[in-house]
Design a protein around this ligand. Structure first.
Ligand code: GCU
Length: 645
């Protein structure tokens, strides 16, 4: 029997409950600048229940569900309890807090009690910076909302569900995604589960600023575009004031029937840039609400195969990174982690970071804003996505809307990336075309990009090298250009391109030649490849700027080796040297984000001796120690910067 939403659910008894009860409150529109508001953080140790069989919401044995809380007394049979249980620290992934949870993919229930005094007339939002992956949020025994997505914020208006005195918050977190989700379960990174980011209670006036966008109009450097949405008791027809005191801006606006006020105004503003990341205190006043945020103003556009920042060509000296703490295990989430990452990025002489492969925490984005580090932001449209799934597209579009709503005022964010290494095809092209249109509709002020698969370009050049090795073509025959001819490039402003010349390409060539009876060692192919790389040239089929969004090689910190010994620091150095020489010779390449700042955890990397479930392409080891190649990239960037700045 199915439960129709427009019918009252069947009589709820402990032994019979609808399989998927409708949340009572649902998600509220995302609060903008949430971290700029006074808040009560529900951080620290939360009691947990590990629910491996996912019984907690629907199984009759749970008599109404774990979210309902504890038994009323000694005579009531409940087969779960939080009291006296183990705890997990929030924010934080569970994988690195408890050894038994390192590989765990499933459900953990969290419980946190807190005292509250209900403020008359004011609203209270429960705000999550992020939790991976599916969540059900219960407050005082009532299911209020569900959210899916591991890396974007969500919030719930809990005003009417709080009680004076002790309140009981229970959150079900299921770290599994699925084939019709973004991302799927097949990723070259560890699927960290848990309440991985901040949990805040935010008190708001009866009428408040729900969200505001204050940015330069695209193509302008002195016209601000302002959109302010109010919520609460008097959102429609309400006065709103925008103030930027340091710029002498004070502008009155009026909201329409939907609570939205928008307009444009001229302002003389010092541009935000990597050299001078100027931010202004921007205040939005609506009734008794006064929301202040620090916002930078800059323009970012493309002209031919150039990227222009504030009207001037810029070269992006970047690095890629996952969201892991630099010198301790686990997910990064807060200001200290962000400061450590910014220090490392600056030590490289970088002005750009690819926050891969998912939206990183807001502290990291704000730290880049303050430090003048340009950001490539992305959603994990990654491997094994079912591009024919409407649910997957809806998930991608919702999560992208959440990321844009959170970061739209961050000057540092210059790229929205919609995919990583997805194979061209009708379903994928349609899926990403729809996502591209939605992202542009939500924010036309940033450049759209994607990291395209380098396989086809690498294969073509690899074949050329193989034919040279066997003498089918002259050894000095110029290699074909590395063509980037993915149809998706037409939808992009900037073409991201992942390529691993010098690392992945050599083994297959050696094996193929041996299969054809040519006795050649992989080491010989590696030497030939390294020698040929400086001669490779890159062309984007559509004449747009190229950012090499990945290149690299693995190295175990401290492992030294002669020649082409893979996993040695020396070989990682050789690959970086040849890559940088090669990439410097193609003028259409306007940026680099080598893979990757730090070794990172992954279920993909199984070599017992060299990897132990770490991807070792980091320029830093898993303990944050520099490898030799760190200095190769840093000196390359110093030379570029001296030429630029
Ligand atoms: C791919 C992918 C990364 C992966 C990297 C690697 O390009 O985008 O997520 O970690 O290659 O093989 O190390």
């Amino acid at each position: 029997m199915t439960t129709r939403w427009d019918e009252a659910p069947p009589e709820e008894t402990p032994f019979h409950k609808p399989a998927d009860e409708r949340p009572e409150a649902g998600l509220a529109p995302l609060l903008g600048s949430a971290l700029c508001r006074p808040a009560t953080a529900l951080h620290g140790d939360w009691r947990i229940i590990i629910d491996q069989s996912n019984l907690g919401e629907t199984n009759p044995m749970m008599y109404g569900g774990v979210g309902r809380g504890e038994a009323d007394g000694p005579d009531e049979l409940l087969e779960y309890s939080f009291d006296g249980n183990d705890t997990l620290s929030v924010p934080g992934d569970w994988n690195t807090q408890r050894p038994e949870l390192f590989w765990y993919r499933g459900v953990v229930w969290y419980r946190r009690d807190f005292d509250w005094r209900r403020p008359s007339g004011r609203r209270v939002y429960l705000y999550f910076g992020g939790a991976n992956f599916r969540k059900s949020v219960y407050l005082n025994g009532r299911l209020l909302a569900r959210h899916a997505g591991g890396f974007t914020p969500f919030n719930i208006d809990v005003t009417d569900y709080l009680v004076d005195g002790n309140n009981r918050l229970i959150v079900k977190v299921d770290s599994r995604s699925g084939a019709d989700e973004i991302p799927t379960e097949f990723n070259d990174w560890l699927n960290y589960g848990g309440i991985t980011r901040e949990v805040l209670l935010i008190e708001l006036p009866p009428t408040f600023v729900e969200h505001a966008v204050v940015q330069l109009r695209p193509g302008s450097r002195d016209t601000l575009r302002v959109r302010v949405r109010l919520a609460g008791v008097r959102a429609a027809g309400a006065p709103v004031r925008l103030e930027i005191p340091e710029a002498g801006v004070s502008q009155d606006l009026l909201t329409d029937a939907d609570g939205l006020a928008q307009g444009e105004l001229c302002a003389t503003l010092e541009p935000w840039s990597p050299q001078a990341p100027k931010r202004y205190r921007v205040e939005i006043i609506a009734g008794e609400d006064r929301l202040a945020d620090d916002i930078g103003f800059r323009s970012i556009e493309v002209a031919g195969d150039q990227i222009l920042l504030n009207g001037k060509p810029v070269f992006l000296r970047g690095i890629s990174m996952h969201e892991e703490r630099l010198a301790a295990p686990g997910r990064a989430w807060g200001p200290e982690d962000a400061a450590a990452a910014v220090d490392a990025i600056r030590a490289l002489g970088a002005n750009f970071v690819r926050l891969a492969h998912y939206p990183h925490n807001e502290y990291m984005v704000r730290a880049c804003d303050a430090a003048g580090i340009l950001v490539w932001a992305e959603l994990p449209v990654y491997h094994a996505v079912d591009f024919g799934s409407a649910d997957a597209l809806a998930s991608a579009q919702r999560q992208y809307a959440e990321m844009i709503a959170r970061d739209v005022n961050r000057a540092a964010v210059v790229f929205w990336s919609i995919a990583n290494e997805t194979e061209p095809g009708p379903a994928r092209d349609a899926f990403l075309g729809a996502l591209a249109r939605q992202v542009r509709a939500l924010d036309d002020s940033r450049l759209l990009t994607a990291a395209l698969h380098g396989n086809r370009g690498m294969r073509r050049v690899g074949e050329h090298l193989a034919m040279q090795i066997v003498g089918m073509i002259p050894a000095d025959a110029p290699p074909p250009p590395v063509q980037i001819d993915d149809p998706l490039a037409e939808q992009l402003d900037v073409v991201g391109y992942n390529q691993y010349f010098g690392w992945y390409t050599c083994g297959p060539i050696a094996r193929e030649l041996r299969r054809r009876g040519i006795p050649i060692r992989e080491a010989d192919v590696r030497e030939r490849m390294l020698a040929a790389m400086p001669g490779f040239r890159y062309q984007a089929a559509c004449g747009k700027p190229i950012v090499i969004s990945e290149f690299g090689a693995e190295a175990v910190k401290g492992l030294r080796g002669e020649g082409t010994r893979v996993f040695s620091e020396d070989y990682q150095v050789r690959v970086y040297e040849k890559q940088l020489e090669m990439l410097s010779a193609s003028p259409a390449i306007r940026g680099l984000s080598p893979w990757i700042l730090k070794d990172f955890r992954t279920p993909y990397r199984l070599h017992t001796k060299w990897q132990q479930y770490w991807n070792r392409k980091g320029l830093l080891s898993e303990h944050g120690e520099r490898k030799l190649a760190f200095d190769v990239l840093a000196s390359h960037y110093r030379a570029l910067r001296d030429g630029d700045d």
